[in-house]
Design a protein around this ligand. Structure first.
Ligand code: NAP
Length: 306
């Protein structure tokens, strides 16, 4: 039994919140978990599948007497949610979030929280292309990184407790400055998603290769882009609109490298291509050695049954 908080409130009941709930149950991390989602449909689903000990019909009711409040909504609405819950928070409570962008969330949430509430922004670096209350599972955070981004004046005890909370959910925890967080995520997640969206869009627009050919031969590499490009449109729209500077910075560098590779192909510079691909292969090896992916061919997929 590792109960760290008497009452935890989850605002937003999608992939991340539902995974946190099942993870908290697995480890008996909280006395009671309340939850709120915007739509009646999601609240009904949550009640049906037993997601949260108590599903509430208002944010005020969900956060009442909560010791930890986790904002699990798209980053573009974090500020609105903070404004609504601000007056109902218990003195001494900790508010955190799971948003994929940190500078913008800190800017939009901070002004709405009372002085006697601790705000400790966070970001579990774990996800899938699925969303909604039925997509979560307790193991999502196992051996994944969770970045905590304490703001100026964050209470060290509140930060340490939240760190223990994420570690008990299975994560490795690291603290980071907001600006650096947004740059790291632009490289490792945001730009790759945009590139996947673009590649799938290009294939869709290409009249000379039919849709059925794209689907039939997708295992040649395209399939992995489609998985990423199936991610939630609202979440990702908000990520790009709120992590504008860092994403544009990385995309600028990406475009330059792409032009260099394009030039190497046109001029027949095989040495350049070979050297480049040798360097990138080493990065893949590093990810496997760090335990962040499997070394099995094709990510360990079993052949699809026909
Ligand atoms: P999700 O499965 O799409 O769930 C989003 C939840 O937010 C839903 O319960 C939705 O309610 C609620 N919501 C949406 N707009 C709202 C609004 N205006 N007011 C109140 N509630 C609202 O999303 P998710 O994947 O869990 O992502 C949640 C957060 O985690 C995002 O900030 C995202 O950046 C971050 N994150 C995601 C991933 C990932 O891979 N998915 C990874 C790390 C961090 P309804 O169902 O009623 O519409």
């Amino acid at each position: 039994m590792t109960q760290l908080y008497n009452r935890v409130a989850l605002i937003g009941l999608g992939l991340i919140a539902s995974s946190m709930f099942w993870g908290m149950k697995r480890n008996s991390l909280a006395g009671e978990v309340t939850g709120y989602a915007r739509s009646q449909k999601t609240r009904d689903t949550a009640r049906r599948i037993g997601l949260c000990d108590r599903v509430c019909d208002s944010m005020a009711e969900a956060v009442k007497d909560a010791d930890l409040i986790v904002l699990c909504v798209p980053v573009g609405v974090m500020g609105d949610v903070a404004r609504e819950i601000g007056p109902h928070l218990k003195s001494g409570a900790t508010v955190t979030d799971v948003g994929s962008v940190k500078r913008d969330v800190i800017r939009s949430v901070s002004p709405h929280l009372p002085k006697d509430v601790h705000f400790v922004p966070g970001h579990p670096m774990a996800g899938t292309e699925h969303s909604g209350p039925e997509s979560g599972f307790a193991e999502l955070f196992d051996n994944r990184w969770c970045l905590l981004v304490p703001i100026e004046g964050s209470d060290p005890e509140a930060v340490a407790k939240l760190r223990r909370f994420w570690e008990t959910l299975g994560s490795n925890v690291e603290e980071m400055e907001p600006e650096h967080h947004d740059l790291v995520c632009a490289v490792t997640s945001h730009a790759p998603h945009l590139i996947a969206y673009t590649m799938v869009g290009v294939a869709d627009d290409l009249g000379r290769v039919t849709d059925s050919e794209i689907i039939k031969f997708s295992a040649a590499g395209f399939r992995d882009f489609t998985r990423i490009a199936a991610s939630d449109p609202t979440m990702w729209r908000d990520v790009f609109l709120t992590n504008k500077d860092a994403t544009l910075d990385i995309l600028g560098r990406f475009t330059e490298e792409l032009f260099a590779l394009q030039r190497a192909i046109r001029t027949g510079d095989g040495q350049h291509l070979h050297d480049y691909f040798t360097r990138t292969r080493a990065i893949r090896r590093g990810i496997i050695e760090a335990g962040q992916d499997t070394d099995a061919p094709d990510f360990g997929r079993k052949p699809a049954s026909s």
